[in-house]
Design a protein around this ligand. Structure first.
Ligand SMILES: [Zn+2]
Length: 137
């Protein structure tokens, strides 16, 4: 694994969601890549993500997230406040919710951390406080 990804995954395990910020132009890469996608700068520093974003679409993965999740999952597509696009499991959402969610987009979402396996953690998306779905029934 690339050292950058190792640091990233290790920090997820500790409950921190990090992005890699380019020192030259300020662009934040998330998930991190060693070279800035904006200006090709290679001097970077770790920053903690705001964790806030706006979900503009939802999708569906009938095969789950191989090799960790076999059950179908709903995927959220979001623009994070730092500017990048990010897609991940939309925690708690079911296939039957998708149509309703689509009608309501854009919706506020936050980043969370999902345990996929022993020692494997992925970032995920959670519906923000303003959405009715999170209030439960
Ligand atoms: Zn840059």
């Amino acid at each position: 694994m690339e050292p950058i990804l190792k640091i990233w995954y290790d920090s997820l395990k500790e409950g921190k969601i990090l992005g890699l910020k380019c020192k030259r132009c300020g662009t934040v890469q998330f998930p991190p890549v060693p070279v800035c996608g904006e200006c090709s700068g290679m001097e970077t520093e770790w920053v903690e993500m705001s964790g806030k974003g706006t979900m503009y679409s939802v999708g569906y993965s009938p095969f789950g997230i191989p090799p960790f999740v076999d059950d179908p999952v709903v995927i959220g597509y979001a623009t994070m406040d730092e500017g990048m696009l990010f897609s991940a499991t939309l925690t708690g959402a079911k296939k039957k919710d998708m149509e309703k969610l689509m009608e309501k987009t854009p919706l506020p979402v936050t980043l969370g951390i999902q345990k996929m396996d022993e020692d494997v953690y992925f970032p995920c998306l959670k519906l923000g406080e303003n959405s009715e779905e999170s209030s439960g029934k």
